[in-house]
Write a protein that binds this ligand. Structure first.
Ligand code: ZN
Length: 75
């Protein structure tokens, strides 16, 4: 079965680092890469809770656009 591709887009939310990274691939790959990135660049700790949170932020890869406005991070 073909896995659908998803996207984790750092440009989606406002951040101090104005990170422009977009990660796309199959869900497991994207979550693994995004968790490492969140730890390396954004000072998070790679925990199961973080990965769960990241999973909730995934968008379909088809939603990719070259420009997007950052929205405030949900509280
Ligand atoms: Zn980032």
């Amino acid at each position: 079965m073909l896995m659908s591709r998803v996207m984790a887009d750092c440009r989606r939310f406002e951040s101090d680092s104005k990170c422009s990274l977009t990660i796309m691939g199959e869900q497991d790959e994207v979550i693994a890469a995004a968790a490492q990135h969140a730890a390396d660049v954004h000072g998070h700790t790679d925990t199961p809770e973080l990965r769960e949170q990241l999973a909730g932020m995934l968008e379909p890869a088809e939603a990719y656009t070259s420009q997007r406005e950052a929205e405030p991070f949900p509280a």
